[in-house]
Structure formats: C-alpha cells, structure tokens
Design a protein around this ligand. Structure first.
Ligand SMILES: NC(=O)c1ccc[n+]([C@@H]2O[C@H](COP(=O)([O-])OP(=O)(O)OC[C@H]3O[C@@H](n4cnc5c(N)ncnc54)[C@H](O)[C@@H]3O)[C@@H](O)[C@H]2O)c1
Ligand SMILES: O=P(O)(O)OC[C@H](O)CO
Length: 339
C-alpha cells in the first residue's frame, strides 16, 4: 500500500513512522519546508518536531521542491493531510482533482473569518473537492493519541471515520498494526466535533489544575465538558454514541489530564499568570483550542446550544475575564438538571 503523509509536524511524522515500521507499506512524508526535509533525509530524524526519534529506513522523505504535490498524491493509495487546521483548506485546494481518498488528522474548526462561520474539515472539503471531482471521497483519523507515544510504539487506539467504507478500510490498512489499533466509524461529524472541542475543554482543565481547584473540579469539568461536546455534536448532525467513544470521552480524558497536551499546557501557563501570547510562544507546536474556541462558541450560539465552559474559555483567551472570575462565573450559574 502507498501512503502519503503531508505535513511533517509532530503528528504527521509520528504516524508516518508508525506506518512505515510495517515493511509492506510504502510511506512518504512530505514537508513544505525543503530545508527541514533535507535535514530529515540526512539525519534520519525530525529534530524540530519529534526530537530523538529515528525515522525508519523505509520512510521516504519528500518535499515541495520535488514537484507538484498533486502529482505525488495521484500516485498513492491514500493521502493523509497532517497539517494543523490552518493549513487544511490550502492543502485540500492543492489536492483538488486527485483521484485518491484524502483524509486528515487535524482537530479543530477553521478560525472564523469576519462575516463567515468557521468550518469543520468535512465542511471545508465539501466546498472544494466535489467541485473538481464529484466522486471524491474523504475521511478523518482521530482519537486519543500523543505523537511521542505513537512514535515510540506505545499502545494506542484511533478511530477512522468516513461515510465511505472503502476510505475507512484504507485508513485501517494504512495504520492498523501491533501497537496501533484503528477502529472504524461512519459518523465523521461526531468524530470531528469531539476532536475539535476537547481541545477547548483541555485549556479549561489545565487552568483548573493550575489554579489547584482540586480533583473534584477537574472531574466536573470533564463530565460537563462532554455534555457540551455532545450537545453541539447532536445539533451538527452527529450520533450521541460517538461521544462515548475514542474521539469523544477517550480524547477528552487524555487531553484534559495528560501533561503531554499542548492545549492543557496553555491552561496551566495562563493559571501561572502568563499572557496568552507568552503561553502560545513557549509551546513550539500548535494548540488548536486557542484558534478554534471562538468558532466553537459562535457555531454553538448560531445553533442555540448552551456551552458555558467553552464560553468561559473564550472570555479568558480574549482577556475579558481573569481565571478566578471565570471560575466564579461557572460556579455562579443557576442550578440546572443534569440531563
Ligand atoms: N501532536 C499530537 O500529539 C497530535 C495528535 C493527534 C492530533 N493532532 C492534530 O494534528 C494536527 C497537527 O498537529 P502537530 O502536532 O503535528 O502540529 P505541529 O505544530 O507539531 O506541526 C505542524 C506542522 O504542519 C506544518 N504546516 C503548517 N501549515 C501547513 C501548510 N499549510 N501546509 C503544509 N504544512 C503545514 C508545519 O510546518 C509543521 O510541520 C493538529 O490539528 C493537532 O490537533 C496532534
Ligand atoms: O497536545 P494536544 O493538546 O494538541 O493534544 C494532542 C492530541 O490531540 C491528543 O489526542
């Protein structure tokens, strides 16, 4: 099987490494940065994004200087976009017309532009791909997964979501292996909503832990956060049971509690008194929750969905509330029925 991973950040590299360990797959990792790709070719490491991890001998490194991305993509069995949300639209545009299933790894909503709604991956895809190729097919690979652990071969479970059975199968064939289980799900909307909104909630739990509000508070945030994810997902057309799965509860628990999470780290740093800019600058990697929190809240308001925790995160990121005021606002809400 021939697999192309576009975007040599932490996650794209980790999955390419994991897939390439199986000698039956021909895996290529593409970087837009020619200098980074050249270094990866010579050192067989991605020092910038996955320090200390050797790239398998069989992993082919490709870059923007090798020729048109669409031509390389056309020669594959599966194309995997590993950029952050901010790069998804431009990458899908570059791939328009390619007759190979395209899936992505990013977890977020597109940052909303003035006068427009920020979109999920499948919504961006619908604006671009079918105009060029009506039979174009897409999917998303998501679930609880820190890049470093996957690259090291530590046991991990992912979910491959697409409305198309052949795309789900292609993702399973590309990535399922001895240390990586890939489950299939046809609810792409639910899987995308879970992956996007958990990042916003992980900022909240990071803040909660940084302020030492306690374990009870963290459990409450995770549980009520899952209720917010589910409400928004249902309003967008997802199935409720998806949110009990890997891309819902699973990824929320991992990101909200795992100290490898960049989103959780943003919350921890804000609690220490850092500005948002200082927190983001210190990461060196993308924290999608920072960029999609406003979109989540806008989409929820548009649909009449109540998301008080996400609202508080936005107020905090915008500097409209201090951390202690955000806690006060959440705890001061009127009593409500749980379900
Ligand atoms: N790191 C993880 O553990 C992890 C796990 C699961 C999902 N994700 C998701 O995967 C996505 C990527 O995360 P990451 O951790 O790899 O980010 P990262 O910050 O480590 O790397 C981002 C990479 O994308 C590249 N890039 C940015 N815009 C691009 C564009 N327009 N075209 C091509 N390349 C572009 C950058 O040069 C960089 O190589 C995010 O949406 C993240 O939420 C990350
Ligand atoms: O480091 P984060 O917060 O971007 O989370 C990484 C993955 O999405 C966890 O599944």
């Amino acid at each position: 099987m021939r697999v192309l991973v576009i975007g040599a950040g932490a996650w794209g590299t980790a999955l390419a490494v994991s897939a390439a360990r199986d000698g039956h797959r021909r895996v290529s990792l593409w970087s837009r940065d020619v200098a980074q790709a050249s270094e990866m070719r010579s050192l067989r490491q991605n020092r910038r994004y996955l320090q200390g991890m050797d790239l398998p001998v069989g992993l082919h490194i490709a870059h923007a200087g090798d020729g048109p991305l669409a031509a390389l993509a056309q020669a594959q069995d599966l194309v995997v976009v590993g950029t952050p949300m901010a790069g998804l639209r431009s990458t899908l545009s570059a791939l328009a017309g390619v007759r190979v299933p395209v899936v992505w790894l990013c977890k977020g909503f597109e940052t909303a532009q003035p006068g427009a709604q920020g979109l999920l991956g499948h919504e961006i895809w619908a604006q671009i791909a079918p105009q060029h190729l009506p039979e174009a097919r897409c999917g998303v690979l998501s679930g609880p997964s820190f890049a470093q652990e996957v690259a090291r071969g530590q046991p991990t479970a992912l979910v491959a979501a697409s409305p198309h059975a052949d795309v789900r199968d292609a993702m399973v064939r590309a990535f399922h292996g001895p240390s990586l289980r890939v489950y299939a799900n046809d609810d792409m909307v639910g899987v995308e909503v879970g992956g996007a909104v958990k990042n916003v909630l992980a900022i909240a739990t990071g803040l909660c832990d940084g302020l030492q509000l306690g374990l009870n508070a963290r459990a409450a945030l995770i549980t009520r956060g899952l209720a917010e994810i589910t409400r928004l997902g249902l309003a967008l057309g997802a199935r409720a049971d998806t949110f009990m799965g890997l891309s819902g509860l699973g990824d929320l628990v991992l990101t909200a509690t795992g100290d490898l999470s960049r989103n959780r780290k943003v919350g921890l740093l804000l609690a220490q008194g850092q500005t948002l800019q200082q927190a983001v600058d210190s990461l060196g990697h993308v924290a999608e929750g920072v960029y999609c929190a406003r979109t989540v809240v806008q989409r929820a308001r548009h649909l009449g969905v109540d998301m008080p925790i996400a609202d508080a995160v936005v107020a905090l990121l915008d500097g409209a509330l201090r951390p202690d005021e955000a806690v006060g606002r959440l705890m001061g809400r009127d009593p409500a029925a749980e379900l």
